[in-house]
Structures are given as structure tokens and as C-alpha cells.
Design a protein. Sequence first.
Length: 143
Amino acid sequence: MTTTDDVIAAARGWVGTPFKHQHRAKGAGVDCGGLAIGIARELGLVEPSWDVTGYGQIPDGVTLEALCDEHMDRVLHCTPGGVVLVAWGRGDPQHLGIVATHPLGGLSMIHAERRRFGRVIEQQLVFSRAMRLVAAFCFRGVA
């Protein structure tokens, strides 16, 4: 049985991977959706060839959330080992991250960050007017 700790450990294994839109290669390139897909593949939650493509770099307000609803289970709260869908400011939902426990307490988010760092990073998870929670999900098959 795959646990939330397994999800977090797998996500941390991607830290440092460069950001590349619609790539899925640990250490070589990944985007935020690809990170979730790569973790699901790595943990055997989906077939190794399973993928989701066709989403754009610019959010349309519905596609990413619909894909999350189709392939994960929506939950009420963000918890370690889960996935968060976020939006910047008043914008449309456009970014995914894996929730972890922050080494200094509280929660962190492991995500493929494009603008500032250009790679997968782990940072403290703080929702604000700048980054707002749209929805929380869990991978199917994780206890």
C-alpha cells in the first residue's frame, strides 16, 4: 500500500529538476502537471505510459481543474501527500503542487516553479491574496 509519506519522498526526489512545459523526466525537465504524473508513475499508481497532455501554459480557468477532478479525488483540506491546485491573485487555476510537512513546522509545497527558480523546489505553503487555494486532491490508491 502506498502511503502519503511515499508520495512526499517521491516528490522530494524531483527537487532540482529543471522546469520544462509538458516534460516528464526526473532530473531533466518537468512542469507542475508532469510532477504529479511522474510521482503517480513512480509509485505505480498509474501505468508507466499513462499521461495527460494538451493543457496550455496559459490557464483557461477550467482545463486543469477538470483534469484534476478526472484523475484524482477531491478532498476538503490540503494534507501532506496530497495535491493542491492554486491560482495567482485573481487569476484562473493554473498550478499544482504536492503538499509536504515543512522541516521547520507547518506545511510546504513541492512544485515545478517556472519564473523565479526555474526548477522543482520545496517552499513553505502559505496561502494569501498572492497565491490562493482553489482545490485540494489526493492520489487514488494512497492511504
